[in-house]
Design a protein around this ligand. Structure first.
Ligand code: 5RP
Length: 240
């Protein structure tokens, strides 16, 4: 699919608006991170101005700051351990399973905590994010503790990945909201994401990985034809 930045932004915004229409009065809403989630935060703020009442739980300091600046009231897991609906972006969405790769914005740990605490996880993407198999285009971001990250990198390479330490544009190691590093792990096309997630999770030093398996309930996809919604077929529930 060929696309330009303006069309892609419009598709993200259309998907975000469709997802935000699902929010109803009194909900606890998980707020995602990234450029598509930013459109959702603005759409939530717009709906608030027309009377919608809800409380948000953001998945990053960035999203918290934006939500606060737009007047969206926030809450915490201490007061609301269960989330009704989370709206978040993704880097890849696998057609058929709706399994995801997330974390290219560096917020995967909090995003996964928010996702598994959610009764419904709604993903918003533009059509360029759809793939037949996860890993086709994107590396899997893996959040690791700083101590011994070089050894952790070696264990990830032993699983078959090409591994890059994520750096900022200044060349400094990227630091997550939790004070950890990100190793971007390219595995190529992934046949069994659940098994890979388990293997990565067993490595000492790994905090969490950006494979989201069996978590997304709905995906809104914006593209040149409008917005399409995919729903996961019923199966064992992983989230709250
Ligand atoms: C952040 C994420 C984002 O949801 C993902 O990177 C998609 O971002 P964007 O909407 O900017 O394409 O997982 O950690």
């Amino acid at each position: 699919m060929t696309t330009d930045a303006n069309s892609q932004a419009a598709w993200k915004q259309a998907a975000a608006r469709a997802a935000v229409d699902l929010v109803s009065d009194g909900m606890i809403v998980g707020i995602g991170t990234g450029s598509t989630a930013t459109f959702a935060i603005h759409a939530l703020a717009n709906r608030m101005q027309t009377g919608l009442r809800f409380l948000g739980i953001p998945s990053s300091e960035r999203s918290a700051a934006l939500a606060t600046s737009l007047g969206i009231p926030l809450t915490t897991f201490a007061d609301h351990p269960r989330i009704d609906l989370t709206i978040d972006g993704a880097d890849e969405v696998e057609r058929g399973t709706l399994n995801l790769i997330k974390g290219h914005g560096g917020a995967l740990l909090r995003e996964k905590i928010v996702a598994v605490a959610s009764r419904r996880l709604v993903i918003i993407v533009d059509g360029t994010k759809l793939v037949d198999r996860l890993g086709e285009r994107s590396a899997i971001p893996v959040e690791v503790v700083d101590f011994g990250w070089e050894a952790t990198k070696g264990r990830l390479e032993a699983l078959g990945a090409t591994v890059d330490l994520r750096c900022t544009p200044d060349g400094e190691p990227f630091c997550t909201d939790g004070g950890n590093r990100i190793l971007d792990c390219s595995f190529g096309s992934i046949a069994d994401p659940a098994m890979l997630e388990e293997k990565i999770g067993r490595i000492v030093g790994v905090v969490e990985c950006g494979l989201f398996v069996g978590l997304a309930d709905m995906v809104f996809i914006g593209d040149a034809t409008g917005v399409t919604c995919l729903e996961r077929s019923p199966g064992p529930s992983v989230g709250a």
